[in-house]
Design a protein around this ligand. Structure first.
Ligand code: B12
Length: 222
């Protein structure tokens, strides 16, 4: 099978949510020398985008979205150690979670993998994380960054609720707030008072490093 054929099949099998085939193709792609990023960005992610487009058109329903999501998550577990391969010492701590009311975690998990790969320590609070939980975790772990992920226009307002909860607990100024997720934009991030936004996992790492460097240099005596 050529690389194009394998990527095409991986795309098709993810689209139809065939978990075992997705795992097989991911493993044989890697064994055949295809890079983990190529499998991710040229097959798995585009397939989920198409799933979303079909759902929007009414051609797919929640069960189809669910099995496609599961198939993708299985492949991510195979790719995780390769994407996160690093010998670097920890360069910062990130607390990450999907906001209350929202169960989408594939995007968040990918961001976590990339953060780990870049040398961050990641504390993942999971999905449907209430504001109080974020506050507790920030107080306990004192991270450099707290990240909120939301995939629904109805759960994006939780960013503001989370920031408000941090402010009330006196923790807002001690942590960098980053937000993201499919419907989130830079404008929305600015409007809710977040410090950073990124459209994808690689951009999230770049942005996180910039924000931490900015904060550390601001903290240096003049
Ligand atoms: C798979 C999926 C599901 C699965 C989730 C499985 C799982 N474990 O995550 C299931 C079936 C459970 C699901 C349920 C629902 N879903 Co859904 N889902 C999707 C789908 C197809 C893919 C999402 C995904 O994982 N994408 C892949 C990742 C890699 O996405 P990504 O955006 O590229 O991620 C990057 C960035 O967002 C960023 N990022 C993410 N988080 C963060 C955080 C930080 C801090 C930073 C900096 C960056 C960052 O980095 C990521 C990695 O590069 C999307 C379609 C889409 N276009 O997004 C719909 C979609 C998000 N769902 C949608 C809907 C409507 C629903 C339901 C309400 C359906 C229903 N009627 O029940 C429910 C809601 C359940 C709930 N309460 O949360 C809509 C949302 C519409 C809207 N604007 O609000 C979408 C857009 C589909 C559509 N086109 O209509 N869904």
């Amino acid at each position: 099978m050529t690389t194009e054929e394998l990527l095409r099949q991986l795309y098709d099998q993810t689209l139809t949510g065939n978990g075992p085939a997705v795992l097989d193709l991911t493993r044989s792609g890697l064994a055949g020398g295809i890079g983990p990023e190529t499998l991710l960005y040229e097959a798995l992610i585009p397939a989920l985008e198409e799933v979303g487009a079909r759902f929007e058109r009414g051609d797919f329903f929640v069960p189809e979205m669910l099995i496609a999501g599961k198939a993708m998550a299985g492949a991510l577990e195979v790719l995780r150690p390769l994407l996160a391969e690093t010998g670097a010492e920890s360069i910062g701590t990130v607390v990450m979670g999907t906001v209350k009311g929202d169960v989408h975690d594939i995007g968040k998990n990918l961001v976590n993998i990339m953060f780990e790969g870049a040398g961050f320590r990641v504390i993942d609070l999971g999905v449907q994380v209430a504001p109080e939980k974020f506050v507790e975790a920030v107080a306990e772990h004192q991270p450099d960054i707290v990240g909120f992920s939301a995939f629904l226009t109805t759960t994006m307002p939780m960013f503001k609720a989370n920031i408000h909860a941090l402010t009330k607990a006196g923790l807002r100024d001690r942590v960098i707030v980053m937000v993201g997720g499919a419907p989130v934009t830079q404008e929305y991030a600015d409007a809710v008072g977040a410090d950073g936004y990124a459209a994808d996992a690689s951009a999230a790492v770049v942005k996180a490093k910039q924000l931490i460097a900015g904060r550390r240099s601001a903290a240096l005596p003049a």
